[in-house]
Ligand binder design. Structure first.
Ligand SMILES: [Zn+2]
Length: 54
């Protein structure tokens, strides 16, 4: 169990969660990336801009 870095809501990982997985905070809807499992840690996922260039 960890908390959302954006809103502080508790984040519970589903079974089978892996580092690098993207989650959505149920409270604020922010996209979060799992950065650690033991201890549990998440960070705000970088904006995934679909920048395909030219
Ligand atoms: Zn949140």
């Amino acid at each position: 169990m960890t908390e959302c870095p954006i809103c502080g809501a508790e984040i519970a990982f589903a079974q089978g969660t892996v580092v690098g997985e993207l989650l959505e905070c149920a409270d604020c809807g922010s996209e979060l990336e799992v950065t650690g499992l033991d201890p549990a840690a998440v960070t705000e996922a970088p904006e995934t801009e679909e920048d395909w260039g030219e």
